[in-house]
Design a protein around this ligand. Sequence first.
Ligand SMILES: [Zn+2]
Length: 162
Amino acid sequence: MSENVHQRAQQLFAQSMVEGLSAGDQAWLDDHLRDCGACASEIATTNSLLRALRNVPVAVPRDLAVRTQMRVKLRAQEAARTSGSGALLWVMTAASWLLGILSAPFVWRIFTWVGGTLNLPKPLLQVGFVLWWTVPALIAVAAVLYQRGLSSTAGVSNTKAR
Ligand SMILES: [Zn+2]
C-alpha cells in the first residue's frame, strides 16, 4: 500500500472526530482499517487517548456553568445596589465566563483534533486548553477588581466632599 493511503486513513479518522464522515468515506476507512493493522492500532491508541482526555475537562463545566450563573446573578444584584458601572462589569464578566464554559466542549474537540493531526503530546494539549479557557476569565476578574478599587476610592472622596 502506498504512503498516501495510510495518510488518508489518519486524515479521515481525524475528520470523523470533528465533523463526521460521508458514508463513502466511512466505508473506505472501515475497509482500510480491516486490512491495515498499523493504522488500526494507531487509531485505537489515539481513540483511547482522546476518550481519556475528553472525560476530564468537559465533565467539569456543566455543573460549573450553573454555579457560575448563580454567583454572577447574586453579584450583579449586589453591585446594582452599590454602583451602576459595577453591575455592567459583572454582566460583562458573566458573559465572558459563560462563553468560555459553553464553548469549552467545542474548543476541546478542536484541540484534540489538532493534537491528533499534528501528533502533539498530551500535556501540551491540556495546558493549551486550560490557558485558553481560564485566561479570559482571569482578565475579566482583574478588570472587576480594578474597577472596584477605583469606585471605593471615588466613594471615599465623595463622602469627604459632602
Ligand atoms: Zn494503513
